[in-house]
Design a protein around this ligand. Sequence first.
Ligand SMILES: Cc1cc2nc3c(=O)[nH]c(=O)nc-3n(C[C@H](O)[C@H](O)[C@H](O)COP(=O)(O)OP(=O)(O)OC[C@H]3O[C@@H](n4cnc5c(N)ncnc54)[C@H](O)[C@@H]3O)c2cc1C
Length: 427
Amino acid sequence: MVVIVGSGAGGGILAMELALANIPVTIVEKGPFINVNDAFNCYDEFDEPIDLLKTTCLGGSTVVAAGNGVRVLEKELNNLGINISNELDEVEKLLSIHPMNDNCFGEGTRKIMDVANDLDLDVKKMPKFIRDNECIPCGHCSFGCLQNAKWSSIDFVRIAIDNGAKLLCNSEVVDIVIEDNKVKGVRVRKNHKDEDFKDGNFRDEDCKDESFKDEDFNTLIESDLVILAAGAIDSAILLQKIGIKAGEKLFIDSFVTIGGKLKNINFNKEIQMNALIKGRNFILSPHYAQFIANELKKEATDKKDILGIMIKIPDDNYGKIKDGKVIKENSIKDVRFIAEGSAIAGAILIEAGVDPNSIISTNLRGAHPGGTAAIGEIVNENLESEINGLFVSDASVLPKSPGAPPILTILALSKRLSKYIINNCSG
Ligand SMILES: Cc1cc2nc3c(=O)[nH]c(=O)nc-3n(C[C@H](O)[C@H](O)[C@H](O)COP(=O)(O)OP(=O)(O)OC[C@H]3O[C@@H](n4cnc5c(N)ncnc54)[C@H](O)[C@@H]3O)c2cc1C
């Protein structure tokens, strides 16, 4: 039996692929069962110095994703001897990656794209995993989709369950058990009662294991094949507990959103990040930030009167995880890249009609933590750690900051790992 820790981008697809290959799988998920439109309740809290966005729930951060599906780090992984071209093709197909229909583009996004084109910038429609015919643009992607029109890892977990996988929600892996340098299982703590998180979309029994009682504190789930997919922060914390030097580096794809006043643009109701503008050292994308709305509200600006652009960079991996806490510093290069992107984003906004005196910025934030157990450093090219049978398959293993949406690459790496396990470890 394979134990998969976490049901987000890295874990969900592994569970599905292994279950489809008739390999017994148990998914252990720290967060609750949720309806995707409740995802905004599941954002984690972080200490003041870092503004990191991630969620703890079934599906992980995929449930709050903006639906952007781009290929990243293909070349860098190739340089490490890992060719994921086929797997990227396969996941693009699975998620039906496509630019959305013209009628899915609102006035704010169009204005930004037109101006960027006039300025001779590299502009295109963002490739998306949103189903056009089910989407009613509402600007809520990052709170969870109100119409369930967007792919999330929950879709794959569902298929895994239908093919025999076992799912334990509200169940946190707190330790990894090792004997003679081989993995033997995980220790699991129950966080809440399942009854607190009933969800009509799943059958009750899907999220329960009869042998696993609510009062159990430290249940051992035995397995000689464990895959950590708990995300870059939590996988690193678990690896550190067993003495592996993970979490000494961390990137977050740092970003800011700048925005200002443009009367009646109604951009807050548009599909977010529906265009991609590539700069030398950054990407730009139309983006409405609640932070800007809150700040401009103090000057009596309504949220329908705001236009904004996100500036995202491939940050240096000057972060770490120490004593369970996230520490992140920015290099002087990071500051330069953010400044370069902000200058161009500001020029676009002003040309699009935004009042220059109203333009403000969010704090520096991150939503793509990764690189804490990088390939070639903490795991090998098959994503196995120095402990036999202990694999890592999530954003932790990415070799560097992509500075762009990483889900497709995480999915492709996990799909590749599923093939390796099916071919080499299932006998
Ligand atoms: C607001 C927002 C929008 C985004 N939009 C996009 C986008 O449009 N496109 C894109 O490519 N990327 C996007 N991202 C980034 C993307 O969601 C993440 O990079 C990706 O989900 C990371 O995958 P992962 O498997 O590493 O972690 P996750 O998807 O976060 O999954 C980790 C899972 O492990 C669980 N877990 C944690 N600790 C434990 C434990 N000890 N025991 C058991 N379970 C545990 C968590 O609850 C979670 O379910 C976005 C992120 C955010 C926050």
